[in-house]
Design a protein around this ligand. Structure first.
Ligand code: SAH
Length: 337
């Protein structure tokens, strides 16, 4: 590419270093490249991909949601969260989502399009630069990436896997974030989970289960009509066996819908059978979404649910949810301009 533009091959390395190590796409900052070549090289090879439309903060500045506009006007969001021991970026893999889960705001809007590998990676680069520049308090580093923003990552499989490599390859070839600190979350696209198992990656897999029984799951996660709970858990087991990594089971707890004691018992039994010690249940108190009549379970019901899953010998904790008041929490990303 660089040579096609009439430039020396080593310019590619310089550009790579600017993007992945210095986290910049600004030609003016690239003083090691002759001025006349900068505009041409960045214009061709590092075009502006995402423009920040606005940032919204909460939790005393520890959580920040960014609305991005892509070159074609497509809107998407990412959420940066600072914790005492880590900094997590929640990235989008698609603009919108085609999975149509009724409790998720993104699912209600449908799918606009897949994001490119570069659009996924650029969310991480921008967050890494923001952390370095102290935009969320003390300067720091992005340590964790979760593919839990807009979209179903395994429905945009190739671009997501390529993005994971760019995010995790050492600088200056990638952003240098550990694969073990990256989580790919899926509704349970079984063939894609099996394919991911063969990629040789060590990212964490999260499966959005939300209920242990097919009858209810057919309505909560419509793709369940295609791949049943037991098939999804078998695929997850395959991933855990191959990578040695525990699988996260996501469970949005919805009052009077999926929070019954018998469902907790069934969930615990099922996970013990399919995954044994390789499962960790994350209970997510349901976040409200526009127009939905559902809400989170009362705290005593939530506690009893967790207790019963634990009683089956399966690890289960409640996720600390962030960003509700800025519609940045799980299931609330709608990218409304
Ligand atoms: N499509 C992927 C990744 C995006 S969602 C997936 O479904 O796994 C990240 C998590 O938030 C999923 O577990 C999703 O089910 C959950 N979620 C969606 N809407 C939610 C809501 N309103 N409250 C709590 N969690 C929600």
């Amino acid at each position: 590419m660089v040579t096609e533009l009439g430039e020396k091959p080593f310019r590619a390395n310089q550009l790579s270093r600017h993007y992945f190590a210095r986290l910049t796409t600004d030609p003016d900052a690239m003083t090691d490249i002759p001025a006349d070549a900068r505009e041409r090289l960045t214009g061709e090879l590092l075009p502006p991909l995402l423009t920040a439309v606005r940032h919204l903060g909460c939790d005393d500045g520890a959580t920040r949601k960014t609305l991005w506009r892509a070159h074609d006007g497509t809107l998407l969001e990412s959420v940066l969260m600072r914790y005492p021991d880590r900094v997590t970026l929640c990235v989008s893999s698609q603009a919108g989502c085609g999975m149509a889960c009724p409790f998720c705001a993104t699912g209600q809007g449908g799918l606009q399009r897949n994001l490119s590998t570069a659009e996924i990676v650029d969310q991480v680069r921008a967050a890494a630069a923001a952390m370095r520049d102290g935009e969320l308090g003390e300067p720091g580093r992005v340590s964790n990436i979760v593919f839990m923003g807009m979209g179903e990552p395994l429905a945009n499989y190739r671009r997501v896997v390529d993005a994971v490599r760019r995010i995790c390859d050492p600088q200056p070839y990638g952003l240098g974030i550990s694969q073990r600190s990256v989580t790919v979350s899926t509704v349970g696209l079984v063939p894609a989970i099996r394919k991911l198992t063969e990629e040789g990656l060590s990212v964490r897999l999260a499966v959005s289960l939300h209920t242990p029984d097919d009858e209810l799951r057919d309505t909560l996660v419509p793709v369940n009509t295609r791949w049943k709970v037991s098939e999804v858990l078998d695929a997850a087991r395959g991933y855990a066996d191959k990578t040695g990594r525990r699988v996260s089971i996501e469970y949005a707890l919805i009052r009077d819908i999926n929070d019954h004691p018998w469902r907790a018992d069934l969930l615990g039994k099922l996970l013990r059978k399919h995954l044994g010690p390789l499962a960790h249940v994350n209970v997510i108190p349901l976040n409200p979404t526009p127009g939905s009549k559902w809400d989170a379970s009362p705290k005593p019901v939530e506690r009893e649910f967790v207790r019963r899953v634990n009683e089956q010998g399966v690890a289960c904790t409640v996720r600390d949810t962030r960003g509700q008041e800025i519609a940045a929490a799980c299931g609330q990303l709608a990218a409304e301009g």
